[in-house]
Write a protein that binds this ligand. Sequence first.
Ligand code: FPP
Ligand code: MG
Ligand code: MG
Length: 364
Amino acid sequence: AEVRGRQVEPFSIVRQEVEIVSERLRHSVSTGIPALKTAAEYFFRHGMEGKRLRPSLVLLMSSALSPAVPPPEYLQVDLRPAAEHAPELRRRQQRIAEIAELIHVASLLHDDVIDDAETRRGVVSLNNVMGNKTAILAGDFLLARASVSLAALRNSETVVLMSQVLEHLVSGEIMQMTATSEQLLDLDHYLAKTYCKTASLMANSSRSIAVLAGVPPEHVCGAVCGSGDVVCDMAWSYGRHLGLAFQVVDDLLDLTGSSSVLGKPALNDLRSGLATAPVLFAAQEEPELRPLILRRFKQEGDVALAMTLIQRTQGLRRAEELAAHHAKIAADMIRCLPVAQSDHAEIAREALIQITHKVLTRKK
Ligand code: FPP
Ligand code: MG
Ligand code: MG
């Protein structure tokens, strides 16, 4: 994206506002119960917040769809955006950014229990520090706080969308756990699971931004408004395809990245029995991979053998093409939006398109 003739990093446009969101999150997960406070705050502490991809996307989508000329602070990369002075719509959309991050972190806490993970974001996982029971309850607590924030928006359509995300996260996890032999080899099953586990949160929080943009803040009657709106569909579709691209790249990094860069063990997917997109493509060319996939790489030497077999095929390259395909559809969604209402919206759209390129070249 370009600001006053200067090329800027796409996330930098909303970085200061993401800081404000992070600060609010630190407050919103606070509680008087010491052990719960320690657990709930674990991934919201300074320096432990991760990439904050979801809040960034949500805020950029908010700008991309902004109906009118925003206050100048949002245009200026170098100056503070005064959150207290954010107009009402923007404040409501910032709540979606917070809710999306709360749901994301809650799902990670639960996921690390399910996966018996030892590390997360380059540090000891919460289950490893405080035990499974506390980690599960901390996740539940974050979801409870997310529910309160969501209810406070008094917009029932966003409640439906964000609640569907919770259903999808759980469904995706169960789909992964209980896949039949046929499903384990099936790319469509993989994509359906991946929408549930990764893309639904991006798609539906992005759609929630569009829904709020279409409803004036005073119109909070609880009616489900604007559900057929094409802009809502495009915002959803951007999140869906970006999420799919993001996850396929994640799958590639698991096979090609190093654990020190990733902040989690490499080859984790194979070791935990998961055949991801590159592996499924490889298996189409190399039938010897199929029995390994079906026994979830559990026999001695399976992981190493799988890597050797994958490298004989175009699996990695075909997965790269799949990621690029979804990234392109995401970018096209932004290009096809109705004409931007301000320079500010135009800059944010460029940033959202740039992110579809960046997602393909990320290293962690
Ligand atoms: C990470 O996957 C996990 C998810 C994206 C979602 C996990 C969902 C649940 C545990 C269901 C419960 C949901 C809620 C909202 C509490 P991964 O294990 O493939 O990746 P990793 O390498 O990040 O661990
Ligand atoms: Mg995991
Ligand atoms: Mg998992």
